[in-house]
Design a protein around this ligand. Sequence first.
Ligand SMILES: *Cc1c(COP(=O)(O)O)cnc(C)c1O
Length: 461
Amino acid sequence: MRAAPPPPLAAQPFPLSRLLGIALDALRTGADERGGPLPAGGPAAVTARVRATLGDVLPETGTGQEEALRTLVHLVAAGAADPAHPLCAAHLHTPPLALAAAADLAAAALNPSLDSWDQAPSASALEAEVTAALAAEVFPRASRPDALVTTGGTESNQLALLLARERHGPALTTVVGANAHHSFRRAAWLLGLPAPVTVPTPRGVLDPATVARTLDGLDGPVLLAATAGTTEEGLIDPLPELADLCAEHGAELHADAAYGGPLLLSRTHRHLLAGLDRARTVTLDLHKLGWQPVAAGLLAVRDPADLAALGHTAAYLNAGDDTEAGLPDLLGRSLRTTRRPDALKAAVTLRALGRSGLGALVDLCMERAQDLADLVEKAPGLELRDRPVLTTVLLRPAGADDARVARVRRTLLAGGRAVLGRAEADGRLWLKATLLNPHTTPDDLAQLISLVELAEGDTDR
Ligand SMILES: *Cc1c(COP(=O)(O)O)cnc(C)c1O
């Protein structure tokens, strides 16, 4: 028997386009079958269906390309929590732009790897331009700011702590707010740094007076991590005051703008980020308010000399004589080795939409958050935590206890009706809506409110 020819490669456009047709069709049939923001029935039903459809993960004889692609893409689409559905609004889980997904497909087909120039000649040159341009948005007054592409805020925060440790040594104290992202604790743990000193944030943001007292009580090098867009409430720490405090105390400032960073592109809202460029390092995610498929993270650094600490040599990737002869040395641009060209989809998006196009998307999501807050204020059975600063709205059924708020959320999930998150604020549990979908309409939000009210009625006391 003659062996079958190997399946076609992605770089062969004709087979790719035929398979892509199948994948797109399966995305549609899967979404049609789901009919809502997530599959009904909860984890047991979803897992049972996945197991039943998947059967043998590695059969002795394969089912063939078309069957496998159609069946499994349909399965995953039918069982997706779809961030493009307006009633899926729990997390910083963005609906990616079709454009960015198409660019990401091209990246997957070409498969450049950003660990050496000979695997990514133009992709590495493109990345250098994109990172320099985005770093200049973050640090407009710096002479040669730079940025590294990361898998997201978690990796960016970890790199920021690592670079600070390399500047100051392992006795570095990190100071974070109770409102900061959980990744700082893990990063400190992973890097062998003392556990971060945590400043309470009863109002959801760092209070400069409290931070000043904390800094007064510390000896040795300090890195203060402020947040521009808290994950729980979408609030922005008072960056100018915190930058002043750091300057007075000889501390350094890192700003985690994973969520809020893209406000820089909005003429209307960029003032909310005043002081951001006084940080030494800034975390930014384009897979949140940037509408990119995961992953699209950045760590921007004001002073490119800070990145020297990441320099690393592997003879097969960046031998000294190759570097001297002019081949770019890419290994110091990440802690990873093989690395996707995530800058391509971002570059395509920036070019296609421009600053005003992206700023308009930010503005739309900001408006929807105000609309949702208006609706909550008007609903007699609901309580609003506060007017939103970014695109996060916290609400709860008035008079419900925390356990009941949690049950309302699970009722909506189990019914496949809506995906809302949960957040603790003010010592209580809230339902969290994070609005990242620029296509969401005020009518969708009215429906979301009705679903919460209905679920409240359906949930056992
Ligand atoms: C989302 C988020 C992170 C983590 O980013 P990932 O991309 O999920 O790794 C860090 N900080 C803040 C403030 C975030 O909102």
